[in-house]
Design a protein around this ligand. Structure first.
Ligand code: GAR
Length: 207
């Protein structure tokens, strides 16, 4: 059984999608938030999943916060750390600790639009397609070897909200899929930073 530790900061709908996917061979060992008021914690508790809060505001430096966060994560012996709307920038030492076993989802077709307000920025730039990316985490914010992407059309009357909703529906599809590949030992990161995905056709990555 593979232990998943999912990190959230807010709503937690991607975490919910992964829990609901009930991936064979995987167990959501814990949901950890840096914000005590994160709504997703309630869903986790209701589903009998252990929760923890490591409040970044309670620590005097990013380093101290990340030491505490790593201790909280490691208490659940994770095989995979899943960042699901975890909105803190993570330092190099923390990222290296989980190299090859930490995934993130970002609401854009990386490398376009790292950072915040991706949907507004895609609309401002007049993008005709937009989407979401699951990637292995590296020290560069919202960068890292790409595992899977989903594209959606940008429609003429889209607002940031309608576009976000269209992208989010795809996030909920591709994130459980990527986690499943990892749990099935079909997805890994090589020492030189390449993604290897075995037994997955190009169409399965798209559909
Ligand atoms: C998701 O859209 C996720 O892609 C994004 O935050 C949202 C969290 O929603 N993450 C980032 O922007 C990371 N840079 P959720 O809490 O409902 O899963």
């Amino acid at each position: 059984m593979r232990n998943l530790v999912i990190l959230i900061s807010g709503r937690g709908s991607n975490m919910e999608a992964i829990v609901r996917a009930a991936i064979p061979g995987a167990r959501v060992a814990a949901v950890i938030s840096n914000r005590p008021e994160a709504a997703g914690l309630e869903f986790a508790r209701r589903h009998g999943i252990a929760t923890a809060v490591v409040d970044h505001k309670a620590h005097s430096s990013r380093e101290a916060f990340e030491v505490a966060l790593a201790a909280a994560i490691d208490a659940f012996a994770p095989d995979l750390v899943v960042l699901a709307g975890f909105m803190r920038v993570l330092g190099e030492a923390f990222v290296r600790r989980y190299e090859g076993r930490m995934l993130n989802i970002h609401p854009s077709l990386l490398p376009a639009f790292p950072g915040l307000h991706t949907h507004e920025r895609a609309l401002q730039e007049g993008c005709r397609v937009h989407g979401a990316t699951v990637h292995f985490v590296t020290p560069a914010l919202d960068h890292g070897p790409i595992v899977v992407q989903a594209a959606v059309p940008v429609l003429p009357d889209d607002t940031p909200e309608t576009l976000a909703a269209r992208v989010l529906a795809q996030e909920h599809r591709i994130y459980p899929q990527a986690v499943r590949w990892f749990v099935e030992d079909r997805l890994r990161l090589t020492a030189d930073g390449r993604v290897v995905l075995q037994g997955v056709s190009a169409s399965a990555q798209e559909s």
